[in-house]
Design a protein around this ligand. Structure first.
Ligand code: ATP
Ligand code: MG
Length: 366
């Protein structure tokens, strides 16, 4: 990954521009974890970058940067800039391209996110970000109150980085968050959810949730149930969202909404019960059991010993039922299916065609 990245830098610098990897990748590289995407800062403008990378280049309309994909790696290349005056605590009203890397670093959020790497793999650390990594602390670049007032997403990014790296927030950050936290109300629920998901799926999520609670962010994030997930053992982010019960505010796709509905239903059932397992499946019941602090090993065993796992497993079909009862299709077919399904699941009826036929004739014929 580093090789490809340095090649991309060289591609830009060979056209007489400056280019550095900056932000998450260098930070993660020093901490010793792998980054997913790579951020590059350069004095080349998006227009000049398009000339360098032509076909492999996608403008990122939102932010005046370009995205280049190489060998399956995504590079977000952003021109050195100054951000002038912020609107609605999120977006800079005006961006001014500049020629100087050190000035670009000043508009960034946290000191740990300002470390750069040049095309030779040399680290440039103008603001002593490495020291902060060593000290395991998150500090803002410049006054925290101003940083958070300009862009309240930085509040959630601070908590996210503190959580996933198990770093402390500087005292200044903690005070500034307490003063500015109401501004997270101006963020879209989509943005908030992206940050919260990263906190909830971190192995350190308990610290992160405690931090959100200590800072009082649960209220401003409209997640009053946050305290309920503090001691919950589930690693499923959708399980966590089910308990948070915020589908009226936070965005979920159709599939996620269906899962949340199922998990909520399974929460009030005995998750080892054959009918619960059959209806909601292993995943949903395991998540529900984890939320309730139950051992999921027993659930896996109960699930594998189910006689049938779906309607197709029942050793009969509608044609045969109609033939047995000498009747045209109708709603009665569903009632019979529900009945034999239940009998088979609870092992009162064996899942064998002959046995099922006799049962149907005896109970439903005439
Ligand atoms: P990750 O990619 O792991 O989420 P990251 O720090 O790389 O973390 P990105 O969103 O990729 O985050 O941003 C790249 C860099 O841009 C950051 O490291 C930081 O220097 C800067 N940055 C990102 N978002 C902000 C922001 N809201 N305010 C100021 N600087 C930011
Ligand atoms: Mg990044």
């Amino acid at each position: 990954m580093l090789d490809v990245s340095l090649k991309v830098l060289k591609e830009i610098t060979s056209h007489s521009y400056k280019a550095y990897i900056v932000g998450g990748f260098v930070r993660d590289y020093i901490i010793g974890i792998e980054s997913k995407d790579i951020d590059i800062a350069t004095n080349a403008t998006p227009k000049q970058l398009k000339e360098i990378f032509d076909d492999s280049c996608l403008p990122n309309e939102d932010y005046g940067s370009v995205i280049v994909e190489k060998m399956g790696i995504r590079f977000e290349i952003t021109t050195f800039r100054k951000e002038i005056e912020y609107d609605d605590n999120r977006r800079p009203v005006e961006i001014k391209y500049i020629d100087d890397l050190s000035a670009d670093l000043l508009r960034r959020d946290f000191v740990i996110n300002t470390i750069c790497m040049d095309e030779n793999g040399q680290i440039l650390d103008y603001l002593a970000g490495r020291q902060d990594i060593e000290d395991r602390i998150i500090r803002t670049v410049g006054p925290a109150y101003e940083k958070f007032s300009e862009d309240s997403l930085r509040i959630l990014r601070a908590v996210r980085f503190a959580t996933i790296f198990n770093f402390d927030l500087s005292d200044e950050i903690v005070s500034a968050i307490k003063e500015t936290k109401h501004l997270v109300r101006n963020l879209s629920f989509y943005r908030k959810k992206c940050e919260l998901d990263k906190i909830f799926t971190s192995p350190n999520r308990k610290n992160g949730i405690q931090l959100l609670l200590d800072l009082g962010l649960d209220i401003d994030l409209d997640i009053p149930n946050l305290y309920k997930i503090l001691n919950m053992e589930t690693t499923s982010s959708i399980g966590i969202w089910s308990v948070l019960d915020v589908e009226d505010k936070y965005p979920f796709n159709k599939n996620e909404l269906e899962l949340i509905g199922d998990i909520k239903s399974a929460l009030i059932l005995n998750n080892m019960d054959p009918m619960a397992l059959y209806r909601y499946g292993l995943y949903v019941n395991s998540v529900a059991a984890e939320i309730k602090g139950k051992d999921i090993k027993n659930i896996t065993e109960s699930y594998s010993s189910l006689v049938i796992k779906c309607r197709d497993d029942i050793d009969i079909d509608s044609e045969l039922i109609m033939e047995l009862l000498d009747k045209a299709p109708g709603k009665y077919l569903k009632d019979i299916y529900d009945d034999i399904e239940r009998e088979i699941l609870y092992r009162r009826l064996s899942n064998e065609r002959d046995k099922i036929c006799s049962y149907i004739i005896e109970k439903y014929k005439g």
